[in-house]
Design a protein around this ligand. Structure first.
Ligand code: RB5
Length: 159
C-alpha cells in the first residue's frame, strides 16, 4: 500500500516517527514535506498537495499532521474526493473508514502522544470500507455536493 504523509512544523516530529513506523511495517511512503523543521511554514503548502494525490489515487491513503490537526483537516477536506477527519480515538480510526470511507487521517502533533498516534495510524490503514447501501447512499450525497461545487464554482461561505 502506498501512503502519503505531510506535516507542518506543528506536526513535523510526529511525521518523522510515523514515516519510520510505516517503512518498518512495509508500506511505501511518499513524503509531501515539510522536509525540515521550519517554525514559519504553513500547513496548506504540504497538506493540499497530499490531498490532491489522495483524490487522484496517486497514493491510496493520506496522513496529515499539524499542531492540533484542525488546520490539516480543514485544508484536506477542500479537495474533492478527499474524506478527511481529525482522529484521536481508536473507534473513529477504524469506523471512519468502515462507514465513511475516510481516505485521509489528520492528527494533532501537539495533542496526541506518539504511541497513540502510531496505533491510530495503523488502525486507520488496516480498516476497510464496508460499502453497505446506507454508506454508499450517504457518500453519494456528499459527492453530489462536490460535483455541483466544482461545476458552479459556488461560494458556500458568507463573507
Ligand atoms: C502552527 O503553529 C499551528 O497553528 C498548526 O500546526 C495547526 O495546529 C493548525 O491547525
Amino acid at each position: 500500500m502506498k501512503i502519503g504523509i505531510a506535516a507542518d512544523h506543528g506536526g513535523f516530529a510526529l511525521k518523522e516517527i510515523i514515516h519510520e513506523l510505516l517503512k518498518k511495517q512495509g508500506y511505501e511512503v511518499v513524503d509531501f514535506g515539510a522536509t525540515i523543521l521550519d517554525d514559519t511554514d504553513d500547513y496548506p503548502d504540504f497538506v493540499i498537495p497530499l490531498a490532491k494525490a489522495v483524490a487522484l489515487k496517486e497514493v491510496e491513503r493520506g496522513i496529515a499532521i499539524c499542531g492540533s490537526g484542525v488546520g490539516a483537516s480543514i485544508a484536506a477536506n477542500k479537495v474533492s474526493g478527499v474524506r478527511a477527519a481529525l482522529i484521536s480515538n481508536y473507534f473513529s480510526a477504524h469506523q471512519g473508514v468502515e462507514d465513511d470511507d475516510m481516505n485521509l487521517i489528520c492528527l494533532g502533533g501537539r495533542v496526541t502522544g506518539f504511541a497513540s498516534a502510531e496505533e491510530l495510524v495503523l488502525t486507520f490503514l488496516k480498516a476497510t470500507f464496508i460499502g453497505a447501501e446506507r454508506h454508499l447512499r450517504r457518500l453519494q450525497k456528499i459527492k453530489e455536493l462536490e460535483i455541483n461545487r466544482d461545476k458552479n464554482g459556488e461560494i458556500m461561505e458568507r463573507e
